[in-house]
Design a protein around this ligand. Structure first.
Ligand SMILES: Cc1cc2nc3c(=O)[nH]c(=O)nc-3n(C[C@H](O)[C@H](O)[C@H](O)COP(=O)(O)OP(=O)(O)OC[C@H]3O[C@@H](n4cnc5c(N)ncnc54)[C@H](O)[C@@H]3O)c2cc1C
Length: 402
């Protein structure tokens, strides 16, 4: 009888869980998922965890296929030549194929005082550190949210709706991704919630102290709690392991998500850089990338040629507290269009999306192979970018998060 093929997945987020579940389609494939925590984290609800409206942890038993072996641990090094990974606790795990899905966390703010006095929100641990700080602050305490991408907007709205005195410091423009019509809608909702929005070239935080933030024009704003949401960064595991990465450290792959250095390694999610082309770090991309990564491995095991990526975006779905939200629609190549759905229908749509994502994972756990969204054609834009190179991509849409 032929021996099982062993696939190790590093990282149990959206991409890693999707990939691990899908791999269980074959009985002769043994799947090990390595993740630092024993629970699945719904990162897209971390602002809700901070605001107290929802938690962000799901039992792996609800989203992970029974056939997947979960190892709670952190990978410290990939030995591509030896085909094994080293764990922080000691020991190694060997593999036939490896899926690299280590996701992202907060980017280094690079602003004096921010690392010491501001609270990032991009991971469970940082969000859990912030939650009691917010809860303990008096209701009138000034709260500053730095960064007005979707994470900053969602956090500001969540906290303002909970009665907090919130200032959102945009660093130029509110919601750079949004169409002007969508931006007006978001600004209106934030104003209705009582959040102050600072935009323009001076609305850039240049320093943070225990009780203030300083802006580009020298103004100092009181800030009892400063929340840092400006940008994601990826773990340096690939680079540390001597594998090729893009400029921000994501594992460089071809269009089948196969590592350019080693056909046994495949990447998915925020930590993948297919063809070094612009690809927004997002849950929206992580799920189909996870499915594509698994399909690539399954094709190789079957001796077939893997299919290339179809990357398609629908837009950006942003919660604005529990009673408001916006679905900003976009071209398939990820540039916003004039149309959006806002207000309560926008909020309902966002909640539907959040639940739908967990449902996709649990459906794939029960019925591996049932997920199909990674097969939706991405349109001609990616093929065009592959021919002409990334410089012609819309500058604002390059690898900005969520
Ligand atoms: C507040 C907030 C709201 C968001 N809202 C949206 C949204 O509405 N829509 C959207 O599309 N995106 C949203 N995002 C972004 C989205 O959460 C990420 O893009 C998504 O989680 C990426 O999925 P992933 O599987 O690549 O990585 P992750 O979900 O980050 O999972 C990676 C996993 O790998 C683990 N890991 C890391 N290093 C190692 C290691 N060395 N060894 C083992 N395991 C490791 C991590 O601990 C983690 O569990 C939001 C993010 C935040 C913070």
């Amino acid at each position: 009888m032929p021996e099982n093929t062993h696939v190790v997945v590093i990282g149990g987020g959206y991409a890693g869980v999707m990939a691990a579940n899908r791999l269980t389609r074959r009985d002769d494939v043994a799947v090990t998922l390595i993740n630092p925590r024993p629970d699945f984290v719904e990162r897209i609800r971390l602002h809700q965890l901070v605001g107290g409206s929802h938690d962000a942890v799901v039992d792996y038993r609800d989203v992970l296929a029974d056939g997947v072996r979960l190892v709670v641990g952190t990978v410290t090094r990939i030995d591509a030549a030896g085909r094994d990974v080293a764990l922080a606790t000691g020991g190694t795990v060997g593999y036939d194929y490896l899926i690299y899905a280590v996701g992202s966390g907060s980017a280094d703010p690079g602003v004096p005082g921010a690392a010491e006095f501001a609270y990032p929100i991009a991971t469970l641990e940082t969000a859990e550190r912030l939650r009691p700080v917010i809860a303990a602050a008096p209701a009138t305490a000034a709260v500053t949210v730095v960064g007005a991408g979707p994470t900053g907007i969602e956090t500001a709205a969540e906290l303002a709706e909970a009665g907090r005195a919130v200032t959102l410091v945009c660093g130029e423009v509110l919601g750079p991704y949004l169409h002007p019509r969508g931006r007006r809608s978001v600004a209106g909702r934030l104003a209705a919630l009582g959040a102050r929005v600072l935009e323009g070239p001076d609305a850039r935080v240049t320093a943070v102290t225990r009780g203030t933030v300083r802006l580009g024009d020298g103004r100092e704003l009181p800030s009892e709690v400063t929340v840092w949401t400006a940008g994601f960064a990826v773990p340096d595991l690939a680079a540390r392991s001597g594998l090729s990465t893009d400029a921000v450290g994501r594992l460089l792959t071809d269009e089948t998500l196969t590592c350019v250095d080693d056909a046994r390694i495949v990447a998915a999610g925020d930590s993948a850089a297919p063809s070094d082309l612009p690809l927004r770090m997002s849950c929206q991309a992580a799920m189909p990338l996870g499915a594509r990564a698994a399909d690539t491995v399954l094709s190789r095991i079957a001796g077939e040629r893997p299919s290339p990526l179809n990357q398609v975006f629908a837009g950006q779905c942003i919660s604005l507290g529990r009673r408001g939200g916006i679905f900003q629609f976009a071209h398939r190549y990820d540039v916003a269009v004039w149309f959006h759905i806002d207000g309560r229908p926008g909020a309902k749509l966002k909640e539907f999306v959040c639940r739908g994502i967990v449902k996709h994972l649990s459906d794939e756990a029960r019925k591996p192979g049932s997920y199909h969204l990674h097969r939706v054609p991405g349109g001609p834009r990616r093929r065009q970018l592959l021919r002409t190179g990334p410089d012609r991509a819309p500058a604002a849409r390059r690898n900005e998060p969520a």
